[in-house]
Design a binder for this molecule. Sequence first.
Ligand code: PTJ
Length: 245
Amino acid sequence: MKISESHPRYESLRYRHMLVEGLKRGFVTESGLIAHGRGEAFDYLLGENSVPEALAAEKAAVALMLLSKHPVVSVNGNTAALVPKEIVSLAKVTGAGIEVNLFYRTEKREKLIEEILKGNGASKVLGLGENMKYITGVESERARADPAGIWAADVVLVPLEDGDRTESLIKMNKCVISIDLNPLSRTSRYATIPVVDNVVRAVPNMTNFAEEMKSWDEKRLRSQVGDFNKEESLDKMISLMRKGF
Ligand code: PTJ
C-alpha cells in the first residue's frame, strides 16, 4: 500500500508499515506490533520528539559505549524492521558488536535478521546458531548470549527489551543502555542508562553524537557519564509525560 507523503501522520504510518512488512516476511512477531502500539502511546505524550532529557541520556550512553572495551548492540525483530541501517552505523562508529537476540526465537527469524543486517553493511552478526551461553535468571530464549558477544560484553545496548534480561545483565556486572519509550518499565528502571525515546530517533541521534564524541579524551567521556543521573532523568521524563509537551 502506498502511503501519501502529505498525510499528517505519514511518518507514523510509514513505521507501522515497516513493521507489518517485517511481519509478512516473518522476522517481526505479532507481539512486536502490540509492543509498538504501546511505544506510540508514550511517544505521543512526548510530542514525538527527542526531548532534552532524552538527548542528555543518549549523549551519556554514547560516552559509555566509547569508554567500553567490548560494547554490544542487541537486535530484535522490531529493531531490525525499524532501524536496520542505523543500528549498523551506530555499531560501526562506536566499535560495538551486533548480536541478534529474540524473545520469540526461531531459527528462521534469526537468519532473516542476519540477512537484513548484513544487507545493511554489518560484516559480522553474533548470536546465531546453537553455540551459546545462557544467562541465569532469564526463563525465555532471551537468555541466549554469544560467548564472543553479550556474554563477554561490558556494555550492552538493548532497544525494546523486557525487564528480566536487563536485571540479569546488571547482576553480571555489565552496564546496560536501554531504549524504551516507557519510563516506568522494569527495563528503564534497571538499566544503567535508560534512554526514553523512540528507537527511530534515538539510534540516529546516538550515531551523530558518537561521530562528534569519538575524538574526546577519556576524562571528558567519563565526566559526560558521571553527569548523568538516572533517577532524575526518569523523573523528568515522567513529569514531562504527565504535564504534556
Ligand atoms: O523480536 P522479539 O521476539 O525479541 O520480540 C520483541 C518484542 C518487542 C515483542 C519484545 O521485546 C516485547 O514483548 O517487548 P515488551 O515487553 O512489549 O517491551 C517493549 C517496550 O518497548 C515497551 O515498553 C514499549 O513501550 C517500548 N517500545 C515500543 N516501541 C518502541 C519502544 N521504545 C522505543 N521505540 C519504539 N519504537
